[in-house]
Structure formats: C-alpha cells, structure tokens
Ligand binder design. Structure first.
Ligand code: ADP
Length: 175
C-alpha cells in the first residue's frame, strides 16, 4: 500500500496534477503534530522523538497535509536508521528569510557514494537494510518535490558526533 501511494504521489507531482492547499501555519504546530502522528512508528524501532529549542512564533504558508507527509518521511527514516534506544531531535530555526526544520538522528549516516542519488526515485543505499525495515526508496524524492512546490529547499548534513541531519526550509510568512 505504501508503495502504491508513493507511486501515485510521484505520478501526480510529475504530471503537474498535484494541487496544494496552502494555509498559514505555525512551524511549532507542524512539529508537534508530526511527533504525535509518528510516535507509534518510532516506538516500533525503540526510538523517541524529542523537540529541541525554544518555542517560536515562526509561521509558513504551506499545505498542511503535504508538509506533514514530508515530516513523516523524515521522522520515519530517522527512526528506521537510528540505533535502538535512540533519540531523534527536531529543531527549528531562521535561516535568512526562511524557516528551517531539522531532524537530527544518530544513525549510520549517508554513504559517500550514495549522496548524489539520495533524492532520486527508487534509490536506497542498502536494499537489504531497507527490505528489513520497510520503505520504497521514493520517500525523499517525494519530499524534495513537495518542498520545492512550496518554494522551499531540502538537504542533509553529517551530524557532528555521528548520524545525519535532514532539514527543509520554507519562506517565512510575514506576521
Ligand atoms: P525509503 O523508503 O527506502 O526510506 P527514502 O527515499 O526515504 O526511501 O530514503 C532513501 C534511502 O536513503 C534509504 O533507503 C536509506 O538508504 C537512505 N536514508 C534516508 N534517510 C536516512 C537516514 N536518516 N539515515 C541513514 N540513511 C538514510
């Protein structure tokens, strides 16, 4: 079912048929909601989600459902690739005119040779690991397209001390 839904989403996005329903939404609310939605998934991998940093009034103009889909992909990847008992931190920040949401894990990191392809379709660094943990190799491709449709950008960095930080940014909505 996940695979079918992911394929349908990619098709819809690439044929230009995905209609976004933008609304002004607080970034903190997005983070809170995504943590509630993904808590049980995290527990399956014995991973806990924790928000980090001060509360803020930051808001973005974006499609709530689609942004939750992006967060769900990032949180579920972080959970899948974290060690058991791990904590995944979620933080928010201003980067120039953008609001950035970051998901920090202590997982295996992204192999050097895979980095250029990670946002491609049906790409997985290690198909054995993913076969065990589930996944389609489409999640990040969908995230990238959705974030870009909302005039944002997505990326990842090595996390000092080990693991990966995946982040996305969207233009901040003027208050
Ligand atoms: P999948 O459905 O396989 O998770 P994604 O497009 O979301 O598909 O991710 C593609 C691949 O990128 C994963 O299979 C994994 O190899 C790698 N990856 C994604 N997120 C992480 C992460 N947080 N830590 C380590 N590897 C990751």
């Amino acid at each position: 079912l996940d695979l079918i839904n992911d394929i349908l989403d990619i098709e819809k996005i690439e044929s230009g048929k995905l209609t976004l329903v933008p609304e002004v939404m607080p970034v903190d609310e997005l983070v809170r909601e995504s943590m509630v939605l993904n808590k049980a998934f995290g527990e399956r991998f014995k991973v806990r989600f924790q928000s980090h940093g001060e509360a803020s009034e930051r808001r973005v103009h974006a499609d709530r459902k689609r942004l939750l889909q992006v967060m769900t992909n990032l949180l579920s990847n972080a959970a899948k690739f974290s060690p058991e008992g791990g904590v995944v931190q979620i933080s928010t920040a201003d980067v120039g005119p953008n609001a950035r949401v970051s998901v920090h894990d202590r997982g295996s990191g992204i192999p050097e040779a895979f980095r250029g392809r990670i946002f491609g379709r049906f790409t997985q660094a290690d198909s054995t690991a993913t076969r065990q943990k589930g996944g389609t190799g489409l999640g990040l491709a969908i995230c990238k397209r959705l974030v870009e449709l909302m005039h944002g950008r997505i990326g990842f960095d090595d996390r000092p001390g080990g693991g990966t930080t995946f982040w996305f940014e969207l233009p901040r909505h003027a208050t």
